[in-house]
Design a protein around this ligand. Structure first.
Ligand SMILES: *Cc1c(COP(=O)(O)O)cnc(C)c1O
Length: 434
């Protein structure tokens, strides 16, 4: 399988797409073609890891990692991904819980997969690879956790100072060793811009051997297709109906993975995106121009993205707004609505949901009775509520129990440097730290 750039330059092998992150023409990588499956192709594949192997094998053809695929899958999916029933009155509604990994958000899946691949491809103790990762809160912690103490690779985490939750910040800054944490005096979009700028700087790239682990890296997207494949197949086996997903969306990485899974033939019907008040995707799908803007702050902070980078993939693959609007719907959810739903999920289902997950449940509640009945809905639960306890606990009037992995992280010392969102400031921090 070769991987092509959304902007058309020549195609590369998976290994090169994983290592460079972004194509030489500035575009993002996509598989040249997608394998095509039918539910029957998965008979006997009862575990998530079995499904993962079937889906990923054709995507790893011609990669030097093909023979390591099983090990990579084992390292990635080392925690449970359950689908939990919600006791709703109308139709069927379930939660796909993606937050049982080491840093309690779905970002663990992509980060661990990418780490497993890059360590095998690029680890070099004498000339370490430096992974730059801009984060709106969860990616950085997941990537740092995935690469921490793995030889031959360093991680630099850039996050917007003051715009992540306290526990997220602890997850971004508690690693030491091969991880450098930078609190950038700016927004997530500025952090993301800085990573792009750094990677375009030849001298700096050569000095530090940059790679990126943002959701622009195809290695983040591929493993995310697996939980859509697995949960939709489970639903298919049980009900003989396709599953429909509501995905909390910021940079569009998670939702795009669902889109890919559906395109590969997995039994998926509707794909609905739930955004916070950053409504650029919603406006675009309703026919307005694609107008990237600065992100605004919301309670679902990991989705505070004003210029979702994976839109470039969606547009390269799915066409313009009118075509896309036939395949995807999107709704924007305000902070008041997020709060309302955190309360309702707890009072109606006894379920503590994080602010991101609450955007999905809110969108589900806005569906008509007919829509609730006509589809088997699965809401994607992207983070554990304990990560956002300062928002969630006052609303539900109870403490959210902290999962064990998060507890361990909260006990560690933290270490962080402040930096301006400028390339010279980043260069100084890098040169002094490594
Ligand atoms: C990153 C994140 C999102 C948004 O996912 P995208 O792939 O950027 O659309 C939603 N919820 C949580 C908890 C996240 O960490």
């Amino acid at each position: 399988m070769m991987y092509r750039s959304t902007r058309g330059a020549q195609s590369v092998k998976l290994d090169d797409a994983l290592v460079s992150g972004i194509a030489s023409d500035g575009g993002l990588y996509l598989p040249e073609s997608l394998p095509s499956f039918r539910p029957d192709d998965f008979s006997g594949a009862d575990e998530l890891k079995d499904v993962a192997y079937i889906v990923l094998e054709p995507l790893f053809k011609a990669s030097s990692l093909a023979s390591d695929l099983e090990a990579i899958i084992n390292e990635t999916f080392s925690f449970p991904i359950p689908v939990v029933d919600l006791p709703v009155e109308t139709g069927s509604c379930r939660l796909l819980e993606l937050f049982h990994g080491p840093t309690a958000a779905f970002k663990d899946v992509g980060a661990r997969f990418l780490a497993a691949c890059l360590v095998r491809l690029q680890g070099d103790i004498d000339y370490p690879l430096t992974i730059l990762v801009a984060t709106s809160g969860d990616t950085g912690g997941a990537v740092a956790a995935a690469f921490n103490e793995r030889p031959g690779i360093r991680v630099v985490v850039l996050y917007p100072d003051g715009r992540v939750s306290e526990r997220q910040e602890q997850q971004l800054t508690c690693w030491g060793d091969n991880v450098l944490s930078l609190a950038i005096q700016g927004s997530f979009d500025q952090c993301q811009g800085l990573v792009k700028e750094a990677m375009a700087d030849e001298a700096l790239t050569k000095r530090h051997r940059f790679s990126s682990a943002n959701s622009i890296n195809i290695g983040r997207l591929l493993p995310q297709t697996i939980y859509y494949a697995y949960s939709s197949l489970s639903n298919w086996r049980k009900n003989h109906r396709e599953a429909s997903f509501i995905v909390p969306t910021g940079n569009l990485g998670n939702a795009f993975a669902c889109y890919l899974a559906r395109k590969m033939g997995l039994p998926i019907d509707r794909l609905t995106l739930a955004t916070n008040s950053n409504r650029i995707i919603v406006d675009f799908l309703s026919g307005q121009e694609w107008l990237p803007s600065n992100s605004i702050r919301t309670l679902a902070s990991a989705m505070d993205v004003g210029n979702p980078s994976n839109m470039e993939r969606l547009r390269a693959d799915g066409g313009e707004a009118t075509d896309l609007a036939e395949q995807i719907t999107a709704k924007s959810v305000s902070d008041e609505e997020i709060q309302q739903d955190i309360r309702r999920n707890f009072s109606e289902f006894g379920y503590a949901s994080c602010p991101h997950t609450a955007t999905a449940s809110f969108v589900w509640r806005t569906l008509s009775t007919q829509e609730k009945l006509a589809f088997d809905w699965i809401l994607v639960a992207t983070a554990h509520a304990a990560k956002f306890e300062q928002t969630v606990e006052p609303l539900i009037g109870e403490e959210v129990p902290v999962p064990r992995g998060l507890k361990d992280i909260l006990k560690k010392d933290s270490n962080v440097l402040q930096a301006n969102p400028s390339l010279p400031a980043l260069a100084v921090a890098l040169d002094e730290s490594f």
